[in-house]
Design a protein around this ligand. Structure first.
Ligand SMILES: Cc1cc2nc3c(=O)[nH]c(=O)nc-3n(C[C@H](O)[C@H](O)[C@H](O)COP(=O)(O)OP(=O)(O)OC[C@H]3O[C@@H](n4cnc5c(N)ncnc54)[C@H](O)[C@@H]3O)c2cc1C
Length: 398
């Protein structure tokens, strides 16, 4: 006998957990598989959240570590540009993913941990998903009417119909330190999300960050492609030293936890649904290439998948088609535009400074840029077009 369920989700990150919570709440039998023994425990992430995130996804404020009303963008010369923002928030993925998973279970979703998905294939009666139960060592099979694949940046889809030739070019190497200090850093540290854009010693573009947490600072960086461990560590040490001199020169570092993972910073996948299979979160390429934000996009893709399944209970094919339409209407244009913008900026480092200056000078511009397309008013659009034209002219002479 093969076990069966209505909705099977692979991956219990923000995408999978949101899909599970909202589908289960709609009365759909839902099972989630996650390879980790404890959800969120191994996620490497700066875990910055956009303004309003907890309210949008009905999450408790208790998971927020710091409210960050300041967004500070640093250009290639290390100059700081303060952008009106939020406030944004920080958390840790242990808390965020753990909370999301608990809320999904409370709605009735079943979450199987230490469950490594191995294979997804179709048969006459639906879709069969094979996974390894890492506790018992057994291989198990589940039959599902619909499947939501949300395995994050490590999703291996290049031999599937979701394959996208641009995927490989979007993968980034990251390294992050969690720094535990003997005394707090300067107060402004805990009010600020810092993003730094500068060239690595080998000439590649680095995006680095300092995101404050209750008991530590997350300081890390990412760059496209691979870099050997030693060179990457040297880059991170040099960056940490610059942050230390500004923010915690008189504190002693008690402990450092080093963590590294793949980050995706490329084009959203062209195909996000096929048959009864839907692709969500980072596995679908839903990450903002300019700043690495993907938690919001992941959670929203989970919501859209749950909504599609609930709307077309009797027809998973129709659900998947609805999901693809809605996801692409929501994110495709913005995320593609962000890839193009990032490539344009990377071409000449001076362009970062020009853009940041414009953003710092105009609250209307930074507000409009931070809004999702469907939230933008006519005024937002006019502000964006005017600023884009001004920036385009200035940047072409940079
Ligand atoms: C260093 C770094 C910093 C980042 N900082 C931020 C930030 O500050 N703000 C932000 O918004 N975004 C940030 N991101 C991006 C963010 O982490 C992702 O966009 C987000 O986690 C995507 O969520 P997801 O649910 O799609 O996938 P993930 O969160 O990656 O979750 C995937 C889940 O699938 C599971 N899984 C994978 N393969 C299998 C398998 N075969 N079988 C079973 N389970 C499997 C994993 O265990 C995991 O739980 C950062 C990323 C990195 C790497």
């Amino acid at each position: 006998m093969v076990e069966s369920t209505d909705f099977l989700i692979v991956g219990c990150g923000p995408a999978g957990a949101t899909a599970a919570r909202e589908a289960a709440r709609a009365g759909i039998a839902t099972i989630v598989l996650d390879k980790d023994a404890v959800v969120g425990e191994k996620r490497v992430c700066a875990a910055g959240l956009r303004p309003g995130f907890c309210a949008t996804f009905d999450l408790p404020r208790s998971l927020v570590h710091c409210d960050t009303p300041r967004l500070a963008l640093f250009d290639n010369d290390g100059r700081e540009h303060e952008i009106a923002f939020g406030p944004g928030h920080t958390t840790t993925r242990e808390e965020l993913d753990g909370t999301m998973a608990r809320l999904a279970m409370r709605e009735g979703a079943e979450i199987r941990t230490s469950a490594l998905m191995r294979d997804v294939r179709a048969d006459a009666a639906g879709t069969l998903v094979e996974y390894a139960d890492l506790r018992s060592g057994e291989r198990r099979t589940l039959r599902a009417n619909a499947v939501f694949l949300a395995q994050g940046a490590t999703a291996k889809l290049e031999r599937s119909s979701f394959a996208d030739p641009r995927w490989q070019h979007g993968l980034m190497t990251t390294l992050q330190h969690r720094l535990y200090l003997d005394r707090p850093a300067r107060p402004v540290t805990y009010q600020t999300l810092e993003l730094h854009y500068y060239r690595a010693r080998d000439g590649r573009q680095i995006v680095a960050w300092m995101f404050p947490k209750r008991d530590h600072l997350a300081i890390g960086l990412g760059l496209t492609g691979k870099m050997n461990g030693r060179a990457l560590r040297e880059e991170l040490d040099a960056f940490t030293e610059r942050v230390r001199a500004r923010l915690f020169a008189t504190s002693r570092v008690l402990r450092v936890k080093e963590e590294g993972h793949l980050l995706y910073g490329g084009w959203p996948r062209a195909r996000v649904a096929e048959g009864v299979h839907m692709l969500g979160g980072t596995a679908a390429g839903l990450v903002d290439a300019t700043n690495g934000e993907g938690i919001y996009e992941a959670a929203m893709s989970g919501r859209l998948a749950a909504d599609a399944i609930a709307t077309h209970r009797a027809s998973p094919h129709a659900a998947a088609a609805r999901y693809a339409r809605q996801l692409q209407a929501r994110f495709q244009r913005r995320l593609e535009h962000r890839v193009r913008l990032m490539r344009f900026l990377e071409d000449r480092p001076a362009r970062f400074e020009l853009l940041f200056e414009q953003l710092a000078r105009s609250r209307a511009f930074s507000d409009a840029l931070q809004r999702e397309e469907h939230e933008r008013t006519l005024r937002d659009k006019l502000v964006l077009y005017a600023n884009a034209a001004r920036f385009g002219v200035r940047a072409s002479f940079a």
